[in-house]
Design a protein around this ligand. Structure first.
Ligand code: DAH
Length: 347
């Protein structure tokens, strides 16, 4: 009996010592498996009970139970301490130092070219125009022939371009969309559309010319549409785009697909029409070409010129952007210099 009690005390000291020294949860779990498991030495010592005298049984059982309880208590206390320490360490690791500079997200910028296309589209949509999507690769038929420019027409030279095959080319003008739209409407429906898009010409690149640039084509077809309607429409557009004080003037010109044809100028927004560097002293800035749709074009595209008339116009997107934002060189739109786009957005 005395030996057994001593052993119980030994176990108690050893277990409590080990619990005190345990450094982590794994170590603590191992201790539990030794001292508090079903098949622990303490449980085995219980087996001695049956050999003890009756008066010894009570104190021995109590010693074992007290020891178990003490180990259990010490263990639970230590485990709670460890959990707490672990949580503390984690919280310390995860604290946010609000004095550190934040990470700035890279925000993209809209190219001025698209800003203009969106604005122009908005203005014309407000006047009831449909926005039509054209195609970059066109056939000779749509790009030239249906626009009254037959194979041997000298006007082709002005728009010499990139041919993909004998009959296919990168479109030289968004005017090709006129023919597509008229043919799709079947010669009876009235039309009010604009078509923004890229165009290609074999131009030498300089400050105001690029082999790739963009236009916004416009077309209105209905009975009785006149040059006055064209002027009114473009005047409204110019005022919305460049300011209420801007005016529009027409100079007579030639385009194979319009008759009569005009060049469209807007009064200079930089000097108000007095004359400055931007307008080369004239007070006016050219924004595009226009005219009454040629009867040949109407006829080839399925509209009877005795019943229907129309006007068309084509304005340069980059030209409008350059005027609106004071951009000096058309090549800036295409050279992918991020500083240009950022700088532009800052304005
Ligand atoms: N397509 C012409 C060009 O690229 C511009 C133009 C002129 C378009 C007169 C038109 C127009 O619709 O009526 O030079």
């Amino acid at each position: 009996m005395a030996n057994a009690i001593e052993r119980v005390i030994e176990i108690r000291e050893k277990a409590l010592g080990e619990i005190k020294e345990a450094e982590n949860l794994e170590g603590l779990t191992a201790i539990k498996n030794i001292y508090l498991a079903k098949k622990s030495e303490l449980t085995a010592l219980m087996g001695l009970m049956k050999e003890l005298r009756a008066e010894e049984k009570g104190s021995f059982g109590k010693a074992i139970n007290d020891t178990k309880a003490a180990i259990q208590e010490a263990w639970a206390k230590k485990a709670a301490e460890m959990e707490k320490r672990k949580l503390q360490a984690q919280l310390e690791k995860e604290t946010i130092d609000i004095s550190l500079p934040g990470e700035t997200a890279n925000v993209g910028h809209i190219n001025p070219y698209y800003v203009i296309i969106d604005e122009v589209s908005d203005i014309f949509a407000g006047m009831g125009f449909e926005i039509v999507e054209g195609r970059d690769v066109e056939t000779d038929h749509y790009n030239f022939e249906l626009l009254n420019v037959p194979q041997d027409h000298p006007a082709r030279d002005m728009q010499d371009t990139f041919y993909i095959s004998e009959t296919e080319l990168l479109r030289t003008q968004t005017s090709a969309a006129q023919a597509h739209t008229m043919l799709s409407k079947g010669g009876t429906e009235p039309i009010k559309m604009i078509c923004p898009g890229k165009t290609y010409r074999r131009d030498e690149d300089d400050m105001t010319h690029s082999h790739q640039f963009s236009q916004i084509e416009g077309l209105v077809v209905a009975p009785g549409v006149s040059l006055a309607d064209l002027k009114g429409t473009l005047e409204l557009f110019v005022k919305k785009m460049f300011g209420e004080k801007r005016e529009v003037r027409f100079r007579s010109s030639f385009f194979p697909f319009t008759e009569p044809s005009v060049e469209v100028d807007a009064s200079c927004s930089n000097c108000g029409g007095k004359g400055c560097n931007m307008c080369k002293g004239t007070g006016w800035i050219e924004i595009g070409g226009a005219g009454e749709v040629h009867p040949n074009v109407l006829r080839m595209c399925g509209y009877n010129p005795d019943e229907y008339s129309g006007f068309a116009f084509g304005v340069g997107v980059e030209r409008i952007a350059m005027l609106r934002f004071g951009i000096d060189d058309i090549r800036r739109f295409y050279t992918n210099d991020i500083r240009f786009i950022k700088d532009f957005n800052a304005k």
